[in-house]
Design a protein around this ligand. Structure first.
Ligand code: ATP
Ligand code: MG
Length: 354
């Protein structure tokens, strides 16, 4: 059987790990990215360095590959529209359209009766004032283009709402700051025949709004697990999503709320490379290639630590051992807050995380 060539829009670390996973199962990848020395360029079979606005380049790229996927959700929608054969795009356009704007994403979740943090769309300074009156502590988030907490501001103190309103230069929402006990994410996959599978659920610790640690699996009650999985299954099915998707949740004392949906492989699923027989990256490639999802088998419990900024310097010259797996993203420049790599510590399956 000749296996398809998969085109990937975006050449960051997720594109790199998707290419590595594809290679492992004999599938070729073609990365399309505006930056020549991106993490994925040296590991993919084919590489196009072009801008996402270059219609002709996208057309040529889409003819050279059998399917097209993406490694980040902020791909301009017009880039997707340049692709003539829409059937090649997996996941489809709906996952992108709904998740590129926090407001449409929240409305989508509301329509599905899935609990989320209460929010308001900011149209006037009064919306900010009302939100503080109703929710007390709040977070303002840009509707589009936010990642790693960029475009977010906590507004816990009573402030000059008019001034805050004037300082907002992108369309934004304001939501209640949730006093959560902890955060978890569900990594779930769906194939073209609507078969689903998910990974053991991990707990996420953020520092400065950036993911720092994931511990998986963690101990949850059966009720919590059922809610987390059923919400995630509802979301992936309603989106008609082909491939891997991540749902981030807040777990409070008595409830489970969705924070956001990432329509792609996710940082909190990186531990699956070393601790499962099928990683989230391989799973995504299988789904995009039209193959069946594979229920992952957990080999080890895992603690993943992101290497952010110059933390990479402590690890760059170290080697892997049986229980410590180092992943470097080969980024050209170290920047504060930039994800430069990750390390996964492996444990026996009887090792419990709190
Ligand atoms: P990422 O790219 O890491 O997913 P993001 O920029 O899309 O980040 P969010 O996921 O919305 O932003 O928020 C990042 C983190 O900030 C959350 O994981 C959580 O720790 C904190 N946070 C966001 N919204 C809230 C909230 N309403 N209440 C409490 N904490 C929040
Ligand atoms: Mg998030």
């Amino acid at each position: 059987m000749t296996r398809p060539i998969i085109g990937i829009l975006g050449g960051g670390q997720l594109g790199m790990m998707l290419s590595n996973a594809a290679k492992k199962i004999g599938i070729k990848t073609h990365i399309f990215c505006p930056e020549e020395n991106c993490p994925a360029s040296s590991v993919s079979d084919f590489f196009t360095k072009e801008d996402y606005n270059n219609k002709e380049a996208i057309e040529i790229f889409s003819e050279q590959v059998d399917y097209i996927t993406y490694e980040f959700e902020n791909i301009p929608i017009h880039t997707i529209d340049f692709i003539k054969n829409k059937k090649k795009i997996r996941p489809g356009k709906k996952s992108l359209l709904l998740t590129q704007d926090r407001l449409t994403e929240k409305k989508f979740l509301n329509d599905l009766n899935i609990p989320i943090a209460p929010y308001k769309s900011i149209e006037t300074a009064d919306d900010i004032k009302d939100a503080h009156r109703e929710f007390n502590e709040c977070i303002i988030k840009t509707r589009t283009l936010g990642y790693d907490g960029k475009g977010q501001e906590s507004t816990s103190k009573k402030r000059n709402y008019e001034k805050i309103f004037k300082s907002i230069n992108l369309k934004s929402i304001i939501e209640k700051k949730i006093p959560f006990e902890f955060e978890v994410s569900v990594i779930i996959a769906r194939d073209i025949e609507n078969n689903l599978c998910h990974y053991p659920i991990g707990k996420n610790i953020h520092k400065n709004h950036i993911l720092k640690d994931t511990f998986s699996p963690i101990q949850l009650t059966e009720i919590q697990i059922n809610k987390l999985i059923s919400y995630s299954e509802k979301i992936i099915t309603e989106l008609n999503h082909i491939g891997v998707l991540a749902v981030e949740f807040f777990v409070t004392e008595d409830n489970i709320l969705v924070n956001e949906i990432a329509p792609r492989v996710h940082n909190s699923g990186h531990w699956t490379i070393d601790a499962c027989d099928v990683s989230q990256f391989e799973q995504h490639i299988l789904c995009v290639a039209g193959e069946r999802v594979k229920d992952p088998i957990l080999k080890n419990n895992a603690h993943m630590i992101n290497l952010i900024g110059d933390e990479i310097n402590n690890w760059a010259s170290k080697s892997n051992s049986e229980n410590i797996k180092i992943h470097l993203y080969n980024k050209e420049e170290i920047k504060e807050g930039r994800k430069m790599g990750h390390v996964t510590y492996l444990f026996n399956k009887d090792h419990l995380f709190e």
